[in-house]
Design a binder for this molecule. Structure first.
Ligand code: AMP
Length: 386
C-alpha cells in the first residue's frame, strides 16, 4: 500500500518521468498487466531467472497460460507487432510506460513481488546516437530528481559473432567444472552459459571469476560501435561513466550495449541498480514483428523512491490545496458550495466541510488541510447582503 505523503511522492516521481520522456518526444503506451506466458518465454528468455523462477503464471478458465508481466518491454513489442504500429510511421517509434510488474523474488530492501517501472523503448532506425540518447534520458531523469551522484555502469555484449565465440569459450571453460556446480548452472550451461556468470552460489561464483572475459571476444565492429557510444555519452551530458565488463543484465533479449544506473551513498541501504537498459537487435522479430532493432531502459520506482526520500527529500510533499472554504451557517453553506464549484471549474483545488462547525473548529480544520487560503463566509454577512 502506498498512501498519504508517500503517494504524493510517487506522483512526483511519475509526473517527472512522464515529463522527461515527453521532452525526448516519447508518447505514452499502456499495455495489459496480463499477457500470454509464451510472450515472456520468447522474449525475456528461457534461460533467465525471471522466466525460470520468478513469474506469476496460471491457467485461466479457458485453459490459456497467462502471466502477470515481470517487465513491460515484451508487452510493448507485442503491441507494436499486433497493431502494426511501424507501418507508415516515422522511425524510431518512441514509447514510454509507467506501471506495475510482478516477480516472485525473495522480498527484501529494494526488492518486492509487486513493484513499478518507468521505462522507454525506441524501435527502428538504430544508431550509436540513439543508444547514447536513451542512456541520457534515464540520467537526466535521475539528475532532475536532484540526485547528486548518479553513475552509469556500462558494457557491451557485442554482436552475433562476439556472442558465438564467447559462448564457445565459456562452454569450454566451464565444461571442466560443471559436474560439481549447482543445478541452475547445469541448466544454464545448456541454455545460456553467459548466465553462469551471475550465479550467487559462492563456490560457483569463484569458478566464474576466472572465466574468459567478454571484452576479449568483442569483434572489431562491436568494439568500434561500443567506443562510439562511449564517446557520445559526454556530448549527451553524462559525466560519470564506469565500464564494467562483467555486466550482463538479467534479460536474454539484450544485445550490444547494456547499462545500469547506480546512486552511491553511505547514507542509504544498497538496494542495487536503480534502473538499467540495453540495445536489443532481434526482440521484435522473435515475437513475430518486423526486423527492427530497439533500445530501451527501465527504472524501478520503489528504488528511486527509497533513495530519493533518503538522500534528496527536504520537505514533505503536500497536497497543495488552494482553498479551504469555511461556511458559518446554512445560507453561507449554499453560497460556499456555489463558490467552490466555480473555483473548481477555474482549476483550483477546494475543500469545504458540510457539517456545522464552530469558527474555532473551522479554522483548525483549515489549518490542518494545508490550504494556501481559507475563505470564511458568515451567515450574517450573507443575510445583510454584504
Ligand atoms: P530489469 O527489468 O530487471 O532490468 O530491472 C530494472 C529495474 O527495475 C531495476 O533496476 C530495479 O530498480 C527495478 N526492479 C527490478 N526488480 C525489482 C523488484 N523485485 N523490486 C523492486 N524493484 C525491482
Amino acid at each position: 500500500d502506498i498512501y498519504n505523503e508517500e503517494s504524493n511522492e510517487y506522483s512526483l516521481l511519475i509526473n517527472q518521468a512522464s515529463n522527461i520522456a515527453e521532452r525526448f518526444n516519447y508518447v505514452k503506451m499502456i499495455t495489459p498487466i496480463l499477457e500470454s506466458t509464451n510472450l515472456f518465454v520468447r522474449s525475456v528468455g528461457e534461460s533467465s531467472d525471471i522466466v525460470n523462477k520468478e513469474m506469476y503464471t496460471f491457467l485461466d478458465k479457458g485453459g490459456r497460460s497467462l502471466t502477470l508481466r515481470p517487465e513491460v518491454t515484451a508487452g510493448i513489442m507485442r503491441s507494436i507487432a499486433t497493431n502494426k504500429l511501424y507501418a507508415n510511421a516515422e522511425l524510431p517509434l518512441k514509447y514510454y510506460y509507467v506501471g506495475p510488474c510482478f516477480r516472485y523474488e525473495r522480498p527484501q530492501a529494494g526488492r518486492y513481488r509487486q513493484f513499478h517501472q518507468f521505462g522507454i523503448e525506441a524501435v527502428g532506425n538504430p544508431s550509436a546516437q540513439l543508444d547514447a540518447e536513451t542512456i541520457s534520458l534515464g540520467y537526466l531523469y535521475l539528475k532532475s530528481l536532484k540526485f547528486s551522484n548518479v553513475k552509469v555502469v556500462i558494457n557491451s555484449l557485442g554482436d552475433e559473432e562476439t556472442r558465438i565465440n564467447y559462448r564457445n569459450a565459456l562452454k569450454q571453460y566451464f565444461s571442466q567444472y560443471i559436474e560439481n556446480m549447482c543445478e541452475d548452472c547445469k541448466r544454464r550451461f545448456e541454455t545460456n552459459p553467459l548466465r553462469i556468470l551471475d550465479c550467487k552460489v559462492p563456490e560457483d561464483n569463484e569458478i566464474a571469476k576466472n572465466a574468459p572475459k567478454l571484452s576479449d571476444f568483442l569483434s572489431d565492429n562491436a568494439r568500434e560501435y561500443f567506443d562510439k557510444v562511449l564517446n557520445l555519452l559526454k556530448l549527451f551530458g553524462i559525466d560519470n561513466v564506469v565500464i564494467d565488463n562483467s555486466l550482463v543484465r538479467g534479460l536474454d533479449y539484450y544485445t550490444g550495449v547494456v547499462w545500469e544506473y547506480h546512486i552511491s551513498s553511505n547514507d542509504a541501504t544498497d538496494v542495487g541498480a536503480i534502473g538499467g537498459g540495453g540495445h536489443y537487435k532481434n526482440l521484435l522479430k522473435e515475437i513475430g514483428g518486423p526486423d527492427l532493432e530497439g533500445v530501451g531502459l527501465a527504472i524501478g520506482l520503489e528504488r528511486a523512491h527509497y533513495l530519493w526520500s533518503t538522500l534528496v527529500k527536504k520537505e514533505p510533499v503536500d497536497n497543495k490545496l488552494d482553498f479551504y472554504i469555511a461556511p458559518m451557517g446554512d445560507n453561507a453553506l449554499e453560497v460556499g458550495i456555489k463558490f467552490a464549484t466555480s473555483l473548481r471549474e477555474k482549476g483550483y483545488s477546494v475543500s469545504i466541510p458540510y457539517e456545522n462547525k464552530s469558527l474555532k473548529s473551522l479554522l483548525k480544520s483549515a489549518s490542518k488541510s494545508n490550504a494556501k487560503f481559507a475563505i470564511i463566509i458568515g451567515d450574517e454577512e450573507i443575510n445583510n447582503d454584504n
